[in-house]
Write a protein that binds this ligand. Sequence first.
Ligand code: EPS
Length: 445
Amino acid sequence: MRRAYLCPPFFCPAFIPNSGISYNQWFEKSLGRGHAKLKTRVVTATQTLKTGPMLRYFTAGESHGETLVAFISGIPAGLDVDQQFINRELWRRQQGFGRGGRMKIEKDTAHFVSGVRHGKTIGSPIAILLENRDWKNWQEVLPVETGDPEKHKRVASPRPGHADLAGALKYNFPEARYVLERASARESTSRVALGALAKLFLRGLGIEVLSHVIAVGKAALANADVPWQKLQELYGKEEVLLNCADPEAEARMRAEVDHALRTGDSVGGVFEVVAHGVPPGLGTFAQWDERLDGLLAQAVMSLQAVKAVEIGTGVESALSFGSSVHDEIGYSRAEAKFTGFTRASNHAGGIEGGISNGEDILVRGYLKPISTLRRPLGSVDFETREPVKAAYERSDVCVVPAAGVAAEAMVALTLARCALDKFGGDSMTETLRNFEGYQQQLKRF
Ligand code: EPS
């Protein structure tokens, strides 16, 4: 835990065995008083290495297993858990034109089994179960017990682009069934449940996270600079087509999906996640693995089918001159939110030097087309090694809007982690008091 600001001046009162002096006295003697700052840093670094970030989370579960499991530890006590909001987030991930037959079976809802009582977090680890309704169709095929091997459904030929081949080689499986069970994007359901909790936490700090689609195949939004209010309108919709802010571009995107549907193909695209109301100061350049851009890139890249991540207009910036890339700085007391500093643009995507700078954080994810094709590509039979077509059972054709929702969750979890590392707190009262103190410090800057 990075809680340097909580370190007392005498940080290590324990005595060195058989010496008669404490570690602290030894430190004072050997380094002198001038090194107080160094001591604090040593302690902070040691604590970070020992315990890692305050917020930790894991998922478990397979695509056709009984249930998915999501686990999170480190959310302060006293956070209101709005289950309706969490289930709506899960619903949002299931939407979008181009989703396959599986989504007609599933209706994802979060079932809390620990860490929440009387509608609030209690500071203990939170575990959530998310039922796979399809499980009943797979109980005999994929039993936990030995079961009847005759009923097992092999995935006989690996799909190019999927984890099938690399996974089978790595885990020494003769075919790819168990590989795709865990590699499947079904797992992102758990992340959305955890991300929804992170969003509820961030809401207390005035931070919100939403997404929109900026390209499907070759159909792209002409101007991706979409105002926050427009994203809120998109979020409020009860019917999701491709989650694009411009109806004309969305119609072109739909035509791309239609084409893929007709031809037995699949199509990828680009989503953008926007985090609004983020204070300056989350993340740091002080250590490579604490940079906010690096943490966000890993979080979003870890989603199934994401092959590239961009912060702000990073790709275009690499091809431009500095004068047209960097966001000029102004100052206006009237526009003060956290500070009075203003920016003429936001090409940096709200992050400079690995630290949030107070502007909206913009993270784009580039999604490859789904690797399960109705008109499969060439592959090899695992058993005979003869050329065959890759396996096909059923699949989505386009999941760009759904991936955007999963990426919102990953961005929210990353921001919540950085906020907790900075502000600490075992209860929401404590976290919010620390946050309030920091806001006052920014105002006085
Ligand atoms: C997926 C294959 C499909 C998708 C699945 C991801 O599942 P199935 O094989 O059961 O038809 O629908 O995505 C989800 C189940 C989901 O909830 O997003 C894959 O192989 O990655």
